[in-house]
Write a protein that binds this ligand. Structure first.
Ligand SMILES: Nc1nc2c(c(=O)[nH]1)N[C@H]1C(S)=C(S)[C@@H](COP(=O)(O)OP(=O)(O)OC[C@H]3O[C@@H](n4cnc5c(N)ncnc54)[C@H](O)[C@@H]3O)O[C@H]1N2
Ligand code: MOO
Ligand SMILES: [Mg+2]
Length: 422
């Protein structure tokens, strides 16, 4: 590994990763598939909302002038000429001096300019007694009052959340152009690795990283593919990665990027015949010092090579890969809110490195997260980048800046809230 003087900063490596990825070309998606994706068109409403004048209450369609004098003491009586249910518009026009039963959502007949709710009547069937006068237009939802036909209802770049999907469906769109979910291929390297469920010996361990990274990619909105464990053999590694490129928008590898004799990823991707162009180096952070990023194959598929220590791999994913996946999706890079919280115990950090410590972040129930409102964070476990149990017990990363070597209890710190997403 390069020594401390040759480490590059977290922001510089972040830029290298972001430069390697480009938003994916938009595709047509059914609304069911489009949830969480970035819309890639300005969607003009094909129809107005409401698309016709309709009743806002269950009651009687009437002509306002006929009932203007109605009161409990002086009710107005009108003959009921029929009934209009939602989806059953049998009465197209209403004559003055008559009423028609009408249900919420049903089209108001021509001539009707107000609806009398059941509660203001005797609910009569052949004749209705009206005891209160609605204003002209009351209880009628007018065509186009919400959305006019041709109006842009969702613009390009908007994230298609439930509200946008609901609106698109309501204006009759079955499909929408959106940037697709990136296909992320996860490759774990290490001759010591075994699949969960298999036997482990005294010198082998379970492959936690590829499951963790595949799950993290999926949680970020990607489709993830886990490639079986690749041993520390450069030829086998290159073959495995090249085999996957056909279905990869991004390749993430785990392990083999440090200074070891069997650090396969660095050895393989660094060779002239690898078909890859990858920068390897040290980043001024802990965990996550050894890193690599570049492209591989004819299509220049982006590849990020994460360190093998589980906490290092996870932190690197959060800090670099999650924003990269979001860029591929056409989303803003940062997914997590950076909160401020008071540290409950002192922590130390190496000078010149941005430290990401595991922590348990909490805010008093029902309030937003900042120090003034009582947010606090308790460090969980030590600095060791093998401490996966501590990572799993955490819900935040405490971020200690490069220039700081110690923070006392009670002091405010920034935390990346891992279970929160914008
Ligand atoms: N001489 C030096 N040694 C190391 C340095 C250094 O600067 N000089 N850096 C250390 C740091 S920091 C890190 S982080 C690791 C990075 O290691 P590699 O990316 O080369 O990863 P490996 O050597 O393959 O594995 C490291 C560690 O992680 C375990 N591991 C790997 N893959 C998995 C997996 N899929 N699931 C669970 N655990 C995994 C592996 O068994 C090792 O224990 O290098 C330091 N060394
Ligand atoms: O920097 Mo390594 O990523 O600490 O363990
Ligand atoms: Mg190594």
């Amino acid at each position: 590994m390069p020594d401390a003087t040759s480490l590059i900063g977290v922001p510089e490596f972040f830029e290298r990763v972001m430069d390697a990825v480009h938003p994916l070309a938009p595709m047509s998606h059914s609304l069911q598939e489009a949830s969480g994706l970035a819309c890639a068109e300005d969607v003009a409403a094909p129809v107005a909302l409401p698309s016709f004048d309709n009743a806002a209450m269950d009651g009687y369609a009437v002509v306002a002038a006929d009932v203007v004098t109605a009161s409990e003491d002086h009710p107005v009586h009108l003959p009921v000429v029929g009934e209009i249910g939602a989806g059953q518009a049998r009465i197209m026009a209403l004559s003055p001096g008559t009423a028609a039963k009408i249900m919420t959502g049903a089209p108001v007949p021509a001539g009707c300019d107000t609806v009398v709710p059941y509660e203001w009547t005797d609910r009569g069937v052949a004749q209705v007694r009206i005891e209160r006068a609605p204003a002209v237009g009351q209880h009628i939802r007018s065509r186009g009052e919400d959305v006019t036909a041709g109006e842009v209802v969702v613009s390009a770049g908007t994230v298609l959340g439930p509200r946008q999907i609901g609106l698109l469906a309501a204006v009759g769109r079955s499909h929408v152009l959106a940037r697709p979910r990136p296909r992320v291929v996860v490759v774990s390297t290490g001759s010591e690795l075994r699949d969960p469920g298999d036997e482990v010996g005294h010198d082998s361990i379970y492959d936690g990283n590829s499951y963790m990274l595949a799950a993290a990619a999926r949680a970020a909105g990607a489709v993830s593919y886990r490639v079986g464990i690749v041993p520390d053999d450069p030829g086998a590694f290159l073959e495995a990665v090249h085999d996957q490129l056909v279905r990869a928008d991004l390749v993430i590898t785990s392990g083999g990027v440090s200074a070891g004799d069997y650090d396969v990823v660095k050895a393989a991707l660094g060779s002239a015949s690898s078909g890859a162009n990858v920068w390897f180096g040290g980043v001024a952070m802990q965990p996550g010092k050894p890193q690599g990023v570049g492209t591989i194959g004819d299509d220049q598929t982006p590849i990020v090579t994460l360190p093998g220590n589980p906490v290092s791999a996870y932190v690197s994913f959060e800090v670099f890969v999650l924003p990269a996946i979001r860029k591929l999706m056409g989303l803003a890079p940062y997914a997590r809110p950076l909160r401020r919280a008071a540290l409950t115990h002192p922590v130390t950090s190496i000078a010149g490195r941005r430290q990401f410590l595991r922590g348990e972040y909490s805010v008093p129930t029902g309030v937003g997260g900042n120090v003034a409102r009582g947010a606090s964070v308790t460090p969980v476990g030590g600095h060791g980048s093998h401490l996966l149990g501590d990572l799993a017990a955490s819900n935040a990363l405490i971020v200690i800046p490069e220039s700081v070597t110690r923070v006392e209890a009670g002091q405010p710190v920034h935390v990346l809230a891992l279970d929160e997403q914008f």
